[in-house]
Write a protein that binds this ligand. Sequence first.
Ligand code: ADP
Length: 288
Amino acid sequence: MSLFRNVLCQARQRRFLHDCPINAIQPLRLLLLGSPGSGKGTQSERLQKHFGVLHVSSGDLLRQNIQEKTPIGKQAASYMTKGQLVPDPILISLIDQELNQVATPHWLLDGFPRTLPQAKALDDTLTRMMQPLNIVINLEVPEQVILERIMDRWVHIPSGRVYNLSYNPPQVAGRDDETGEPLSRRPDDCPEVFRVRMQQYKQMVTPLLDYYRDIAITIKGNTSDEIYPKIEREIVNRLGLLPGTGTPMPTVDLSAFSAAAVAKTNASRQRAAMASVEEERIADSSFR
Ligand code: ADP
C-alpha cells in the first residue's frame, strides 16, 4: 500500500471520527463528564428515561466483575480498594467487551475514558464499529454549590438511605425515617476530601476536553433541574433526536435546516465522497 494511501486513510478516519455536522440525524453516542457531585447520576437516569440510552458506567461494570469474581474483577479489586485508578489495559478490554455486546444504537458512557490512552483506545474501537462518539457533555456546577450540598448530606449507614437537609430532610432531625436510628455523615463528605477530589478531577478532565474539543460542550447550572433541559436542547439540535421516542426525527424535518447548516453537511458529505472515490481509484491502480 502506498504512503499516499496510508495518509489518505488516516485523514479520512480522523474526519469521520469527530465530524459532527450540525443538524445531522444520528443515534445518541454520548460521553458524560462531570465533577464529583455535579449530578451525573441524575442526568444519566433522565437521559435513559427520555432517550432510551443504555447507561454504560465503568464503575458499575468493575463492581459487577468484582462481585462475579471474573479475571478482570480480580485484577481490578486491589486498585479500587486502595482508591486508585485501575490500569488502562484492564479498563480498555472491559469497555471493549461491553461495547461489542451493545444491542442499542443509543448509549451513554459514564466514567470512561478518564485518560488519553483510554480515549484513544475507545476511538479505535468505535471507529472499527463505525459508531464514533458524537457528543461529549461536560457538566459544570459551581464548587461552592456542590460543597453546600455535600455538607447538607446525611446518611443512615445500615440501609444506605440518603437525606439532604435542603430538599429531602428526615421527618425528625438527625434520625432515619424508617428505623429512627441516628444519621451520620460519610467520612469523605467534608471540604478537605472534596477539594482533593476536585483537583484530581480537573487534572483528569482538562486533557479530555481538549482531545474531544470538536464535539464537547460544557453545560453550566446550579441544579440538575436547571441543567437537564439544556442537555436535551443540545441533543435535539445537534443529533436531531426527539426526547420521548429514542428514535431519529423524520427526515422531512431536514427542510427546516438553515441554508448554512445544509451547506456544511453537504460539503462534509462531498469531501467524504471524494475521499472515497480517490481511495477506490488508488486501490484499483495498485492492483494493476
Ligand atoms: P468514582 O467517582 O469514585 O471514581 P466510580 O464508580 O466511577 O466512582 O469508579 C469507582 C472506581 O472504579 C474508581 O475509583 C476507580 O478505581 C475505578 N474506575 C472506574 N472507571 C475507571 C477508569 N475509566 N479508569 C480507571 N479506573 C476506573
